[in-house]
Design a protein around this ligand. Structure first.
Ligand code: TRP
Ligand code: ZN
Length: 850
């Protein structure tokens, strides 16, 4: 059965709920294919409502019976919910529904994962559990009873009573249904306690299935305690329950979920040991634990009025987790990492058919808007606001936000109002960042005469789907000026650009300075400055802003790669000597040196060429990248072994930023050494590695030179019992396959006994790996397009959310030549024409096809 044509929902159509909920009582009688959910909900008419229609969302629910104030009723049931006549006064609605968690492969609502019951309700999954006003502006106090023959039964809030086969929970904090959670299974806890600054004792647990996972919880627990301390210190936010539970789940559509008092995590986002997780995994886990914990205030205590306001909680919470990681590790390195992610994912999204504003104005399926734009650009917008108003005003505005809106379902207007009220600033122009899609281009040029230096800035935002006319934005442009001898003549200064074109004047300069523009990546824009490569090399050597120092090297590399692709250029000394100097400079943080050594991705080069109105050819791009790596290896030949040796760590493994940076540089150097020694050193590192960072770094270096068959087999034999490590094994082979072998490698791995279409991590390992292999994905005769389309069509009926997300692999199709476009359009059309296609995937293919 196909549902009615999907409807578009508009922000401008928002109306307050007709009825509010005071209390919800839920009883779950758990059964794998027949779970009964018995609800008792106290409603009252909303005095602010515009209508009296009583509608409860419900998706695929079997209604057993329903009653209002104790009288049986027979509601009108439709494909998306129920309607019923109700009194014009407070009333109690009761219902019993039947659902089947064991057959729920969508991983939304109540489902089963390796024998464990768990839930995922954001954004609109609660309606798959029972009939309810499933919208974030309806907040209620939940009391839950779970009945099941299982040892551990968890829900939100505090436990109130339990016995053999049952448990009761009460969450005193009113919450929207999307924050509801339930977990039941045979679980064990890694436990600890935390005492808040107000003296509250909080029990902390990380729950896992018994077996090997207990040994992978310690790091996550430390991260949780650090997050709690940090939020108290930096934002004055204290935890508000006596219990904080985290549960690790193997089958999960995203990273993790901030359910009140009961966070549910993708196992990959919480479990780590030195042997099984890389340094990057440790850092990601620390950040995701922090992110979900920080949601307790920015998301849960203050939630969103409607899903168009998603960036209110996500942009702010990402911004907070970025600050946290900077404080725990290195601000410079974190800023560079975040900028790389933003450019790779958000700029790509913003320049293609899926571009949308940070606060979208319409959607078909809200799950499709958990995007890099809402999350990462949403965080950038907050960073700009903080830069414009200053740290003190930011802190005051946040205090006001927390006191004024605690308990509210708020909007972006509410958020900006606290800044206007604390600073007296008019933010109406700044607000365009929330409504205008597309990445602004910032072009700069400069002149110097008689001690006066002028910087001319011009901003322009290209058209995006549905938005042809763009207005000038408020752009904080942090600049510094350097004397040609390398000293700084103007320390970082924030220029506030508000017009399409603007000139900034600096006087009293004895010679023409070298400008360092958009320091610390002060705005999510693409800068093009009329800079010579000599100036870039100068900035790579001398810039006092670490971000721009790195970015100068990055721009040099990108410019060179583009010239290699377009004009067959050969690598020049300006670039090679520049990175050699950084590599040799032992005074610099190894993590920073590793970043400078890292080239832009092939995807970055494709996008850069496309931006310059050139049709990228992924095969040629791949060759240029390979050639450049070889040149770098040869040019640095004498330095590499010395640096590799310097990075060797004696003593036990810790994932702290210092040693992690050393391993990052060691692995970057190893990849280059492998180009010259046929993988000898890498095989040695693989054999001797006692941690996953070095084991995987060695394997990667080998696969990059088309070696490592024995190591791959050894790795599989060693780690076949560990799902998370095997995900790396699947992903690495596909993402690093030679272009002509990528599709066949992916196809072969789908036949591996450990491939499981129902597990999103495994599906993403193979097909995310294929997408990440740019030259392989686009390799003639384009078998990868067909393979991916086949598997998306297979996955869609099982898991629409993951299918829709993976379909975005095709979002760059218009960049390419006619042949590739035709083939990608054919793959997309085939997906679009699949009978019964989910609303999620249908929306994405329709938008990509345009
Ligand atoms: N709110 C979650 C976060 O950002 C993410 C999330 C949204 C999610 N929808 C989801 C997680 C669906 C899993 C499944 O932290
Ligand atoms: Zn979040």
């Amino acid at each position: 059965m196909k549902d009615a044509a999907p409807q578009t929902i508009y922000l401008s159509d928002y109306t307050p709920p007709a009825y509010l909920v005071d209390e919800v009582h839920l009883t779950f009688k758990l059964g794998a294919t027949d779970t009964r959910v018995i609800s008792r909900i106290t409603f009252r008419p909303n005095p602010d409502a515009k209508d009296t229609d009583f509608f409860l969302h419900g998706d695929d629910l079997k209604l057993i019976n329903a009653a209002i104030d104790g009288q049986t009723v027979r509601p009108d049931i439709s494909s998306d919910g129920l309607r019923c006549a109700v009194p014009n006064a407070p009333f109690v609605f009761e219902a019993e529904v039947g659902i089947s968690p064991a057959t729920n492969t969508a991983l939304e609502g109540l489902y089963m994962s390796n024998g464990m019951y768990c839930t995922q309700c954001e954004a609109e999954g609660f309606r798959k559990i029972t009939f309810y006003p499933d919208r974030p502006d309806v907040m209620a106090v939940f009391t839950v009873r779970i009945e099941a023959d299982l040892p551990v039964l968890l829900s939100n809030g505090n436990p109130t009573a339990s016995g053999v086969g049952w448990a009761e929970w009460h969450d005193p904090w009113p919450k929207p249904a999307y924050l509801f959670a339930l977990v039941a299974g045979d679980l064990v806890a890694h436990s600890d306690t935390f005492i808040t600054q107000t003296g509250r004792h909080v029990d902390l647990n990380i729950w896992v299935r018994p077996g090997r996972d207990e040994a992978k919880c310690a790091f996550g627990m430390e991260a949780l305690k650090k997050s709690m301390t940090w939020d108290e210190k930096v934002y004055g936010r204290v935890y508000d329950l006596d219990l904080f539970n985290i549960v690790a789940v193997d089958d999960f559509n995203a990273g993790a979920m901030e359910n009140k008092g009961l966070n549910i995590f993708n196992a990959s986002a919480v479990l780590a040991s030195p042997e099984t997780a890389t340094d990057a995994d440790f850092e990601r886990i620390e950040a995701i634990i922090a992110h979900e914990y920080f949601h307790n205030w920015t998301g849960n205590r203050i939630t969103c009025r409607d899903w168009f306001q998603l960036c209110l909680k996500e942009g702010l919470t990402v911004f907070r987790d970025q600050q946290f990681t900077g404080d725990m590790r290195s601000h410079a390195v974190k800023r560079i990492d975040d900028a790389m992610v933003l450019r790779a994912y958000q700029f790509r999204e913003d320049s293609g058919p899926l571009a949308h504003p940070v606060r979208p104005e319409s959607f078909v399926e809200i799950n499709n808007f958990y995007t890099a734009t809402v999350y990462e650009k949403g965080a950038e917008v907050i960073g700009m606001l903080k830069l414009l108003v200053g740290d003190d005003a930011y802190a005051k505005a946040l205090d006001l936000y927390f006191t004024r809106h605690d308990g509210d379902a708020a909007t972006i207007e509410d958020w900006l109002q606290v800044f206007e009220d604390t600073t007296g600033r008019d933010l109406s122009q700044f607000k365009r960042w929330y409504s205008q899609a597309g990445t602004p281009r910032l072009t700069s040029s400069d002149t110097y005469a008689d001690g006066i230096y002028q910087l001319h800035l011009r901003q322009e935002t290209p058209a995006t789907p549905g938005q042809t006319q763009k207005e000038p934005l408020v752009i904080p442009v942090a600049v510094g000026l350097l004397h040609e001898n390398g000293t700084e003549v103007l320390p970082t200064t924030v220029l506030e650009m508000t017009k399409a074109e603007q000139t900034f004047t600096f006087d009293g300069l004895s010679s023409k300075p070298v400008p360092s523009i958009l320091r610390n990546f002060s705005a999510p824009v693409i800068v093009s400055h009329e800079t010579t490569n000599a100036q870039r090399a100068f900035l790579l050597a001398h810039d006092t802003d670490p971000f721009n120092r790195w970015d100068a090297g990055r721009t040099l590399a990108q410019d060179l790669l583009v010239r290699m692709v377009r004009d067959d250029a050969t690598p020049d000394a300006a670039f090679l000597d520049g990175i050699a100097a950084v590599l040799r400079d032992d005074t610099l943080d190894p993590a920073f040196r590793a970043l400078v050594l890292r080239l832009p991705s092939e995807e970055d080069t494709a996008q850069t060429l496309f931006d310059a109105s050139h049709t990228p050819d992924p095969t040629v791009i791949n060759q240029a990248h390979e050639t450049l790596k070889l040149h770098i290896a040869q040019h640095l030949q004498d330095t590499l072994p010395r640096v590799y040796a310097d990075m060797i760590i004696t003593g036990p493994y810790t994932s702290d930023a210092g040693p992690a940076g050393q391993r990052a540089l060691g692995n970057a150097v190893l990849a280059l050494i492998s180009k010259l020694d046929a993988g000898k050193q890498a095989s040695q590192q693989f054999a001797g590695a006692d941690n996953m960072t070095q084991q995987l770094g060695a394997l990667r270096a080998l696969l990059q030179i088309s070696k490592g068959a024995d190591e791959l087999a050894a790795f599989e034999a060693q780690w076949q019992h560990d799902r998370l490590v095997m995900d790396k094994w699947f992903a690495l082979q596909v993402s690093l396959a030679a272009p002509q072998a990528a599709a066949t490698t992916a196809a072969r791995l789908t036949k591996h006994p450990a491939f499981d279409i129902k597990n999103p991590n495994r599906f993403r390992a193979v097909f995310g790996g294929l997408k990440a292999n740019t030259a392989g994905f686009h390799h003639p005769p384009y078998a990868a397009y067909d393979l991916l389309a086949d598997w998306l069509i297979k996955l869609d009926p099982l898991n629409p959310q993951t299918t829709a997300r993976m379909t975005t692999a095709f979002d760059t199709w218009k960049r390419y030549d006619a042949d590739r476009q035709t083939k990608m359009r054919a793959a997309l059309t085939r997906i679009a024409k699949t009978p019964g296609l989910s609303r999620d995937t249908e929306e994405i293919v329709t938008r990509i096809l345009g």
